[in-house]
Ligand binder design. Structure first.
Ligand code: ADP
Ligand code: MG
Ligand code: MG
Ligand code: MG
Ligand code: MG
Length: 661
């Protein structure tokens, strides 16, 4: 069946031949849409999250926790209500890369009312419940960013062996069997094969290993027992955990949110100001310290995915002189954004942007400004990596499939989403760097925090922009072990004063004076300082609190939001652990851990059992979060009385002081 399906996709070679066709029409489609929608005004805030889940199957007798390859079957059931009554369901379900993953979103986006902030957690709970109802007693959905033993023998149920030597294999991985790729839709297998064939070798993922007392040193593995014929031993770097297929990255889960701006200008501004927030939120949400059964020196999934879908050829990566390919490309198609979009961001665009000059001219000739034109022309340096045979010929005045083909396989930290054709949806921005959290409470907290940050940016006209090259440096810092406590991040010193941005004309040459002025605008700060503030910097949480003071909000919502902000604040200050820190501690203190960086099946089983207890609320985990949301009102009164107590105490002290001799 899979093969019949696959035939509707073009072969890698045919896809490559059609690359120019897709790009040519994709750009036309964007131009047509842009001209129709550029003046669209007065859309209102809508926002919605995407949560990805892994399906875990426990075998308690044998102390095993495995990834359960059941998403095709599960999705059929999960999507039933939507098929029966489209547009009328509280939740929506979509396939994801792996056969053990599903993605859930609210049935319709939330709106701009403060009270809507109070709905997202309940909706997330409902989603989890919907999955649970369809699974057996020992099968559970879990929000885990990276499964500790992905790629280890027996990590999936039912068990499958990889077939690296088989011509039929899509990934040729030594570790990740094709059977673990989602199978009811051919897109994921097609992408896997086409990325490998475009690159002309398997993807090579190297993540620094966490070196413990008994870790082999240098850490070099022998892959011959897996069937390596030399590619792996060459591609694997010493002291790194080596992985060789798309599944290691795209098989990770994440937490995303999308929000609608009132017009294209506001969308461009939000996109820009959120760019420097991406690395900060990645470090704050860090949740993935283990890969292929080894503790790593990274806490986040980001560079694993970036390497997992890097389809650049050796020429494009700069390892050989350009001969057959067109561009030297500095990043994978999954990575952080390369340019700001708003006029205000112009002078902070200091990366040497690679873009397709012809496409750029075509966009400019259609009256699209240079900043937007270069963004699109940058996305369009990529080839399409999957193409439906029926979708080749399109009406560029109505369809947008070719544009979406390129857009949706540029997996960047932010996505600028134009309105879909014939819809009442406006210009949107998607925030994509965050790792998924164990519980609904935490996921809701991170999502609500970002929604509030967008409101704060717009209401107080804040400015977060720093040179985009510095945002990239922050992205590297953010992934490292314990970045939330130890990392220093470039951040704007003054986010409040509306510094008049350098004039566009001044920026074009970006003369030394402007460069110098910009360099004085930012400094290195810790996550704690950025989030909670310090003497000369207000901090994001205090700014959000200020915004809340002005906004009308019922007590219940305010209590909920208060707890969410408390979580973010405490994670930033180090009072609470990130999921990554907590997971590390769990492994390092497990009786079965031999200080050799190895996370075996036994430790993994105990870790998963513990995670399930915490996520289901069966066991509190005060190291990770205090969730008092069950009784928000009593919490509020408790807080209120504490404040009162402090107040009367201070009165008492003042009173006593008056009588001091
Ligand atoms: P993708 O996978 O392309 O990123 P999804 O459709 O999975 O997008 O999820 C997009 C999110 O955007 C969902 O949470 C959805 O509720 C939300 N959403 C839908 N319509 C709008 C809108 N008009 N404005 C903002 N968000 C929206
Ligand atoms: Mg989605
Ligand atoms: Mg998606
Ligand atoms: Mg997804
Ligand atoms: Mg998304």
């Amino acid at each position: 069946c899979a093969n019949i399906y696959l035939s509707i996709y073009l072969s890698p070679c045919e896809t490559k031949k059609k690359a120019d066709h897709v790009r040519k029409h994709g750009v036309k489609q964007f131009i047509n849409q842009y001209n129709k929608l550029k003046d669209r005004q007065k859309d209102v805030l809508y926002w919605g999250d995407e949560v990805e889940y892994m399906l875990i199957r426990f075998d308690h007798e044998n102390r095993l926790g495995q990834l359960f390859l059941n998403s095709s079957q599960l999705l059929q059931a999960l999507q039933q209500p939507e098929f029966q009554s489209p547009g009328n369901t509280p939740t929506l379900w979509r396939p994801e890369y792996a056969g053990y993953m599903v993605e859930g979103t609210p049935g319709s986006p939330f709106g701009g009312l403060m009270a809507h902030l109070n709905l997202v957690e309940a909706n997330m709970k409902l989603r989890r419940e919907e999955i649970r109802k369809l699974l057996g007693p020992d099968e559970v959905p879990m929000c885990i960013t990276s499964f500790p033993r992905t790629g280890c023998p027996n990590f999936v149920y039912p068990s499958h062996k990889p077939q690296p030597q088989s011509e039929e294999s899509f990934s040729r991985s030594l570790f990740f069997p094709d059977a673990a790729i989602h199978s009811s839709h051919p897109r994921f297998k097609t992408l896997t094969r086409n990325i490998r064939e475009r690159r002309k070798e398997k993807v090579a993922i190297n993540i620094p290993i966490f070196k413990d007392k008994n870790t082999m040193s240098p850490f070099v593995e022998d892959f011959s027992e897996y069937g390596d014929t030399g590619e792996a031993s060459t591609a694997a770097k010493p002291d790194h955990i080596y992985m060789d297929s798309m599944g290691f990255g795209m098989g990770c889960c994440c937490l995303q949110l999308t929000f609608q701006a009132c017009n294209i200008g506001e969308a461009r501004l939000l996109y820009d100001h959120l760019a420097p927030i991406c690395p900060i939120m990645m470090a704050l949400s860090a949740a993935s310290p283990i890969y292929r059964g080894y503790l790593s020196d990274y806490d986040c999934r980001w560079s694993v995915i970036a390497q997992a879908v890097d389809d650049r050829t050796r020429e494009e990566r700069g390892l050989e002189p350009l001969k057959n390919d067109r561009f030297l490309i500095n990043k994978s198609r999954y990575d952080s954004i390369d340019s700001y979009l708003s006029e205000m961001g112009r002078c902070y665009n200091d990366l040497d942007l690679v873009y397709d000059k012809e496409i750029f001219e075509q966009l400019r000739d259609s009256d699209i400004d240079d900043l937007l034109a270069q963004h699109i022309a940058h996305l369009f340096i990529r080839d399409p990596i999957s193409l439906f045979s029926e979708k080749i010929h399109q009406d560029d005045t109505k369809d947008t499939d070719h544009f979406e083909n390129i857009q949706s396989t540029n997996w960047q930290s932010l996505r600028f989403k134009p309105p879909p054709p014939n819809s009442n949806i406006g210009w949107r921005v998607e925030f994509r760097p965050m790792e998924v959290q164990l519980s609904d409470f935490e996921n809701a907290a991170y999502v609500v925090f970002i929604v509030l940050v967008t409101r704060v940016i717009l209401t107080f006209k804040l400015n977060f922009m720093i040179p985009i090259s510095k945002v990239d440096e922050n992205m590297v810092t953010a992934q490292k072990k314990d970045a939330v406590r130890e990392g220093k991040f470039y951040f704007r010193k003054d986010v409040i004063t509306a510094n008049s941005p350098p004039e566009a004309a001044e920026c074009v040459g970006c003369c030394e004076v402007i460069k110098q002025r910009i360099d004085e605008e930012y400094t290195l700060m810790s996550i704690n300082e950025i989030i909670n503030g310090k003497d000369d910097f207000p901090g994001l949480i205090p700014l959000v609190n200020k915004y809340l003071e002005y906004s009308e909000c019922d007590v219940d919502t305010r209590c909920t939001v208060l707890q969410y902000l408390q979580l973010i604040s405490n994670r930033a200050s180090g009072k609470l652990m990130t999921m990554a820190q907590w997971t590390r501690k769990f492994v390092l203190t497990h009786a079965d851990y031999k200080q050799d960086s190895v996370v075996n099946e036994n430790i993994t089983y105990d870790l998963l059992v513990e995670c399930e207890k915490i996520a289901s609320g069966e066991k509190p985990c005060p190291e990770l979060f205090f969730n008092l949301s069950v009784q928000p009102l009593s919490f509020f009164f408790c807080l209120f009385s504490t404040l009162q107590l402090i107040y009367s105490f201070s009165q008492l002290i003042t009173f006593c002081c008056l009588f001091k001799p």
